[in-house]
Design a protein around this ligand. Sequence first.
Ligand code: ATP
Length: 238
Amino acid sequence: MSLLEVEAINTYYGQSHILHDLSLNVEEGDLVTLVGRNGAGKTTTLKSIMGFQNPRTGTITFDGVDISDNEPHETSQAGVSIIPEHRRVFPELTVVENLQLGHMGHGLPDERVEELTGRIYDYFPRLEERKQQRAGVMSGGEQQMLAIARGLLSDPELLLVDEPTEGLMPSLVEKLREILQRINDDGITILLVEQNVELALDISDYGYVVDEGEIKAQGSGKELAQDEDIKNRYLALG
Ligand code: ATP
């Protein structure tokens, strides 16, 4: 069953028409990737889904409900969580305080928060070790882990993750890949935006290639990864 259906959306920034009849589907339980060059429209797609930049036309359906005109907090309440680019954490707050913000306003029972927190510390033991540390003094990789952990604490069904590996050293990229797979194996559906095409296609059930605000190709991660033509045309760096 489709958990998320994006149907022919057109999204603008003022007069600039960015997404052109863009459609994609995310099946429940899958890890789906959106790949494409800088400026292709990946972040704008996530912003459209979340409601930061609502599409002007087209529809977005989550769990059978039309969320096309939602405000971000409504989408969040519906069960979607976004981990934005550039690992935004609150630098002056401690790890624990940052995590508390993740479930604030979601009205989760205490037992559920405890269960989620336990799972998060299992994914990221480092965060438990550094509970009382201010987020601002942690490394980039640790801040990224914290951003993901915070997103998970709202107990989402669907996690939107925007370029989590950006600027991370290779050993951390590898660790992040494992964690995203684990999160997905534990039942959370993921829509991942990545410039690290190989990593993204390697771990995904299904992928979409976006360029100039349009979906240019789609297929299983494996199919796309083997398609030299697509790679050269839409995914070449620079
Ligand atoms: P990147 O990896 O660089 O974030 P992307 O694929 O996520 O790339 P988007 O950020 O979605 O691309 O940008 C798509 C297009 O929209 C680009 O041409 C960009 O210049 C433009 N754009 C992005 N944000 C805005 C904005 N706030 N106002 C106007 N134009 C914008």
